[in-house]
Ligand binder design. Structure first.
Ligand code: GLV
Ligand code: MN
Ligand code: MN
Length: 395
């Protein structure tokens, strides 16, 4: 099994795996990446933003053909989101090496740092920093739940935060990036079926990533005793938070988009005290960015407070020519799916790098969950597809 070497890393007693950026489990995965690369005689480097690169023929002429994904996970996430792309890339290189094939241009496997934003709240940090989509000072000041900044977490893991920042030279070297990824959701296809299961195909390509963003809404209360404060005298922010959560769902359904409150914080969090503050995080996505913004405006109006934008990514359309090449290399009918999930491939695409994605069938579409799954035969079909792509694009 492709990912069996990693299955125990970051196993969470609550279910699934938790592999937050720069924490112990993720560092173990970084060591695995280096060992895997060394076993294939690839040259490993960590760039200034903490992204891992394994090079085959780095000094060959021309721009690099890059494959890979990320190694971190959401809290209690699945084993496939991210690592499937990295492990598949290593499997491809192993096969190609043993067949005597040599690249004609530099070939790299990348593992982008902190794709999920599970620890510091901002997704695709490694790729955003690389492309300059986020200010280094803003990123380094982000804090996790225990108050540790990204700069402190990097330092503790042995990475110098002073190296963080845009890397135009590296970006210019990337001629194309193809990210192989587990399918997420069962997205609609033009023929009315849903997902790769509906299309009865093990592998598909991505067409676009829907615009998506994250917002935080802070609601202030007046802290007081739960047993002595008359109902009429209370300013309880938890009540407003609950109304906001229900409203997010209602407005999303009305507008035909997706919006989720998956994280809330109530302070000080005492059972017998009215809270001093309550915060909710809204993740909103959809085909039409105007509707996403409309949802946020509706919630702001309902709660009477401004939402703080934590991240925004515009609609991303993958490179048509590269995607056509990828589909041709895979052969046969290759379904083209939209993605509701964000990806480093999207960040690179917005920075002008030709990018494409391969999706490997996930029978239920469930993701960011311990139930996330791909059959071994489909994972191997993904490896075969990526092999064909590399042969076509880097021979
Ligand atoms: C990343 O997986 C995201 O879309 O939240
Ligand atoms: Mn992912
Ligand atoms: Mn994910």
């Amino acid at each position: 099994m492709l990912l069996s070497e990693l299955t125990d890393v970051g196993r969470d007693p609550a279910g699934g795996v938790t592999r937050f950026a720069w924490a112990a489990a993720e560092l173990e995965l970084r060591a695995w990446f280096s060992a895997r690369a060394a076993a294939l005689a690839l040259d490993v480097e960590t760039d200034g933003n903490g992204n891992l690169w394994a090079w085959w023929g780095a000094s060959l002429p021309g721009t690099a053909f890059v494959v890979g994904s990320h190694l971190d996970s959401v809290r209690s996430g699945g084993e496939f989101d991210g690592p499937l792309g990295v492990a598949s890339a290593f499997a491809v290189v192993e096969t190609l090496r043993s067949s005597g094939w040599m690249p004609s241009r530099p070939l790299a496997i990348v593992a982008f740092a902190d794709e999920e934003g599970g620890r510091f709240g901002l997704a695709c940090l490694g790729s955003r920093l690389l492309t300059g989509a986020v200010e280094p000072s803003k990123a380094l000041a982000l804090v996790d739940d225990s108050g540790t900044t990204l700069a402190e977490a990097m330092t503790a893991a042995g990475h110098d935060p002073r190296r963080v920042g845009p890397d135009a030279g590296r970006l210019a070297k990337i001629g194309a990036f193809v990210e192989l990824h587990i399918e997420q959701g069962r997205m609609p296809l033009p023929d009315g079926t849903r997902g790769l299961a509906g299309a009865d195909r093990p592998v598909g390509v991505a067409r676009e990533i829907w615009p998506h963003g994250r917002w935080r809404i802070d609601l202030a209360g007046v802290p007081d005793h739960a047993g002595t404060t008359a109902i009429a005298d209370r300013v309880d922010p938890v009540l407003a938070m609950a109304e906001g959560i229900v409203e997010v769902r209602r407005v999303a359904a009305e507008l035909g988009i997706l919006a989720t409150v998956g994280r809330v914080r109530v302070l000080p969090g005492a059972v017998n005290a009215i809270a001093s503050s309550a915060s909710l995080w809204v993740d909103a996505r959809g085909q039409d960015p105007e509707r996403v913004r409309e949802l946020v405006a509706a919630i702001e109006a309902r709660l009477g407070v401004a939402a703080a934008l934590e991240s925004w990514t515009d609609v991303t359309r993958f490179d048509a020519a590269l995607t056509a090449d990828v589909s041709a290399a895979v052969g046969g009918e290759v379904p083209s799916l939209p993605s509701g999930a964000g990806h480093d491939a999207g960040v690179l695409s917005l920075a002008g790098v030709p990018t494409a994605m391969l999706f490997v069938r996930n029978p239920t579409g469930v993701s960011h969950s311990p139930e996330e799954h791909a059959e071994e035969s489909d994972a191997l079909a993904g490896v075969a597809a990526l092999t064909a792509v590399i042969r076509r694009m880097a021979s």
